[in-house]
Design a protein around this ligand. Sequence first.
Ligand code: FES
Length: 385
Amino acid sequence: MKQGIWQEFDGYNDIVREIEATRKYRENIIPDKYLTKPFIERLHPPKMDLRITEVIEESSTTKTFRLVSDDHYLPPFLAGQYITLYLTIGNIRTGRPYSISSSPNQTGYYDITVRRVENGLVSNHLLDEVTTGDVIETSGPSGNFYHNPLVHEKTMVCIAGGSGITPFMSMIREIAESGLDRTVFLFYGNKNQEDVIFHDELVRLSLTHANITYTPVIEEPLEDYDGTCGFITGAVVSEISGDHAGKTYFLCGPRGLYDFCLPELEKLGVPQRKTRREMYGPPLGITDYPGWPAKIKAEDRFTVSVKGKRSFQAKAGESLLTALENNGILVPSLCRSGECSMCRVKILSGSVYQPAGTMVRKSDRKHGYVHSCVSFPLEDLEVLV
Ligand code: FES
């Protein structure tokens, strides 16, 4: 590419690398008029069949699954994005998004890292039943949780909890491999030392790269532990990463992490526009959310009638999407976090609870559409799927 003033532009090198990566997959990045659709589908396939070639035990509760394509092509992705795995478990067809933990430089495979969730239908199935050689249907890479050099600062403060480390692994691996001009302060919270995933690699990367700082924070450490203990407080963050000037904050983990860390960042004066949070799956413990009607319990059941199909009983504490899937009614889904709009259904009668901040298009709201992955029945419903 021609040299010039553009090289001064923040993010120039990232964009050049992206163009080079795209060229690697297609000889000509300007698609022929009649080839636009296949070109787009090659880059953004709605579905793929990927084979598991390796299963890596990360800890007693966590495994990494390495996925490859039999035709040796995987669409490029941005570090921090996810793929959704579609599985049939018993007679339930469902999907779950998993962040890709491998680096985008590894063009031959995607790694996803799965931790066991108590009573987790999909995580338990993956960890107990799925093995090398199995083929899994997936979506193409998706999601908005990535570093955008045009918008975000070069210094990233990354706050992870539990399996929320996975998008950051992809980002950090890429920064280290590609020598990106980016600085990372990673704070990684876990209950116990044995829960920490990727610890050895993170220690090695932080020792060999001056722009990567790694701070594990352990809530209940063993007696002889001499690292940082407790929670990822504002004091811990500011002591290690300094003040918030020139930094963008990225958070990924369970709800408790956001509930605790976002106010801590606020106390440090971090403006909201400088924080990015990964949606990280459907809301859990929905009855504790602000605005949930106290008289309705999670186990309460309501009748859901699907127009032109059938009726079934659904629990108030279970998302409408899960209830539909459990009753054999297929609804397309991707993020399961209220972000992508794939799971829209129309509420013909009755009402649902949607957590504050749920992003629904204005026109959808006007015409009664909701994201079924983050909607919970509060009374009998009639829905159109
Ligand atoms: S699956 Fe993305 S909004 Fe529901």
